[in-house]
Every structure is written in C-alpha cells, then in structure tokens.
Design a protein around this ligand. Structure first.
Ligand code: AMP
Length: 384
C-alpha cells in the first residue's frame, strides 16, 4: 500500500486524491489551514511548511511526496527529499518558483520568451523600461500567481515617468524580498498551454494543445483540442519535451504559451497539475491527475488521447446553479467544497461532446441558463 503525501491541500490535491483512489493509492495532505478543501477527501497534517515537527510527522507517514502548489519553500522540499522520494525534484520546483531562473532556462533551451530584464532598484527599472519599451509588465520574480504581483506599464519611458512611478510604488518594496523582473508585453493573438507528463523511466506524453482565456489574470475558460495546425502543436510539444528533459522532470507540468505571428513564446512553467488540464478528467483517456500519480508512483503512464472535444469553465467567487450543466449529456460538475470568497476558484464544469457543433450547442445552452454569455462567448467564437 503506497501513501502519497501532497504538500498543499487545495482543489488540485483534492482532485489528485479522488483520481488516485482507483489505483489503490492512499493520501496524506499537508496544509497550513485545517479547512483546506482536500481535507474532505484525504487525511491531513496541519502545519506550516517550515515547521520541522509537522514536516517530520508528514514524512514519517508517507512513501513519496508531491505538490499541489509551487510555492512550497524550496528548503522544506529539499529537507523532505532527504527522507522520502520527492517528485518533481526540488531543483525543478526551485526553477519554476523564480521567473528569472525559469525564463533564463527557456532561453538557454532555445524556447522563445518575451524579452526580460531583472530589476533591483528604481534606476534599474527606468533603464529596463527604456531598453524593453512600453507597454511592458513588472512582475515579482517569486510568489506571484493568477496575475497577482504584476503591474502593467503603459507609458513612461524616462522623462514622462508616470507609469514607471506607479509601477515602482506598487511593487518596488518587494524588490528586496521576492525580486522583480520586467517583461515585454506580448500583444498575443491567443493563449495556449501544453500539459505534459514524464515518468520516472523518462517516458513522455502530452495532452492535446489547450486554448485558454483569462479574465483579470485568472483562467476563465479552456478549450481542447485548441484549433491549431500540426506545426504549432509540434512547437509546443518540442518546448515541453526539452524542458522536461533538462529538468529530469517527473510528474505532470503545464507550459503556458503566447501565440504571436506563428511563434509560441513561453510565459510560465507550472510544476504541477494545472487548471488548463482539468478537462482531461472526462475529456481524455487518462486524466492529468491520474497520470501525475502514475508518474510519481513509478507506474506505467496512461494514454493521453482525447475523447472528442471539451470545454472547461471556471467558477470564481461562488458556485452557480449546477442543474443546467448536469442536464447536458456531456456535462460534468466539480464543486471543490470551498466557502465562497471573492476571486477564489471554487469549482469548474467540463462540457464534453463528440464534435465541435455539439460542444458549441451545449456551451450556448449552459451560458444562457447561467447568465454566463460573456464567459462562453470567446470559446463559441473559436468553435463556430
Ligand atoms: P502569469 O501570472 O505570468 O501567468 O500572467 C497572468 C496573465 O497575464 C497571463 O495569462 C496573460 O494573460 C497576462 N500576461 C502575463 N505576462 C504577459 C506578457 N508578457 N504579455 C502579455 N500578457 C501577459
């Protein structure tokens, strides 16, 4: 009987535990909060990730460890790795935790990235804006997620200043703690992601390319397979494979991409199962959650082929009425069991259908019934 320890007890840990049960795996989740939603599906250790007593208890009750979020302190991951196998490795985790290290690796591997410059002072920010040009985005190097810790500079090359001042006022204090990076703003045509898995034996698979739509930096909807030609898919798979091999990665990861003039630029590596892969639960032969567990447990990887077409809609803040989704033949409901809170991811729905017109029909009905016409509109535009 193998017990998988998961650091972080959010919806990703919850869905990992749910998908690992048929494999006979047991789970232990560690989170700082006793009411983390994975605790409804698996036993928990409650404690700070830096608390050695809590970590020691966690380590003593598990056979392997993995993560449901990337901001676990790297020292804690390394401490744990001296006691149990940890996948993905603390090195892979540390790379993905720092936008500068991550983007430098992309560049070294020949993966195109938006131009970027590290920034430590107000003067360096001015010089960086002058070099990169506007618009550009100032981001924290570490601990940013879902568009948090970012400031878009629309104007303000040296001289007219306002944009640069505002950006420094918003994030400058964090230069000394989490570090800052300035990136060129990419006027992308589409946002895509590739979710991939690599096994302990080096076996590598990807799910079909997914198209994503964000609202205020938070994922709103995903469509798979993303309408894309073979060349684009090859670029994405190639980027993902190069990264996986360079990091000797084990488990699932997602690479977020911007499409611009036929080129896929890498935005971010998420070293874990990813929101843009939630559709794989019902939309593919083997979900990202189960394949992550197969990878970390050293089991054969499952087929990642799609079953038709799928669209995932995120529910942010509070759950809507589930009935319109449940009424659909290919409608699937996921309530994470969280208390409502503004901006919080509380659940999602996946609509699956055999062809694009059928998926569009289901999306139109669900959008209208829930008053979510705006949320489904860009997906419908792509489908029709
Ligand atoms: P991130 O936290 O880096 O994944 O950014 C969240 C969202 O902000 C992305 O999904 C994009 O929609 C947008 N964004 C981030 N970086 C850039 C960029 N360099 N150019 C254009 N849009 C960006």
């Amino acid at each position: 009987m193998t017990t998988v320890g998961i650091l972080g007890g959010g919806q990703l840990a919850r869905m990992l535990a749910l998908s690992g049960a048929p494999l006979g795996l047991r789970f232990l989740v560690m989170d700082t909060s006793a009411d983390a939603c994975a605790g409804q599906c698996a036993p928990m250790v409650v404690g700070d990730y830096r608390d050695q007593d809590a970590l020691a208890e966690f380590a003593s009750r598990i056979d392997i460890a993995t993560f449901d979020f990337e901001n676990v302190p790297a020292d804690s991951a390394r401490w744990l790795a001296e006691r149990v196998p940890v996948f993905p490795s603390p090195r892979a985790l540390a790379t993905a935790q720092d936008r500068l290290v991550e983007k430098t690796l992309f560049r070294e591997l020949g993966i195109p990235v938006p131009d970027f410059v590290p920034v430590a002072t107000r003067e360096e920010l001015e010089a960086a804006v002058a070099r990169i040009g506007t618009p550009c985005i100032l981001k924290t190097r570490r601990l940013g997620y879902d568009g948090k810790g970012q400031f878009r500079i629309k104007r303000g090359t040296v001289g007219d200043g306002a944009g640069v001042d505002d950006a420094w006022n918003a994030l400058g204090a964090q230069a000394a703690t989490v570090g800052l990076i300035l990136e060129a703003f990419v006027p992308f045509e589409r946002e895509l992601s590739v979710v991939a898995v690599r096994g302990r034996d080096g076996g590598f698979r990807t799910w079909p390319l997914t198209e994503n739509w964000h609202v205020d930096g938070v994922l709103s909807a995903s469509l798979a397979p993303a309408p894309a030609d073979g060349g684009l898919v090859r670029q994405a798979v190639d980027h993902a494979r190069r990264l996986a091999e360079a990091l000797d990665y084990v488990g699932v990861f997602a690479l977020e991409l911007f499409l611009r003039d036929g080129v896929l630029l890498a935005n971010e590596l998420a070293p874990r199962v990813h929101n843009s892969g939630h559709w794989t639960i019902e939309g593919s032969e083997t979900s990202q959650f189960q394949n992550h567990l197969r990878a970390v447990a050293g089991l054969p990887l499952g087929d990642t082929r799609m079953l038709g077409h799928a669209c995932m809609l995120n529910w942010i803040g509070e759950m809507p009425d589930g009935a319109p989704v449940l009424r659909e033949a290919g409608g699937h409901w996921h309530d994470y069991g969280k208390a409502p809170r503004e901006g919080r991811k509380v659940g999602h729905a996946t609509l699956r259908a055999d062809d694009r017109p059928a998926l569009a029909g289901a999306l139109e009905r669900v959008g209208a019934a829930l008053g979510r016409e705006t949320q489904v509109a860009p997906v419908l535009e792509r489908l029709l």
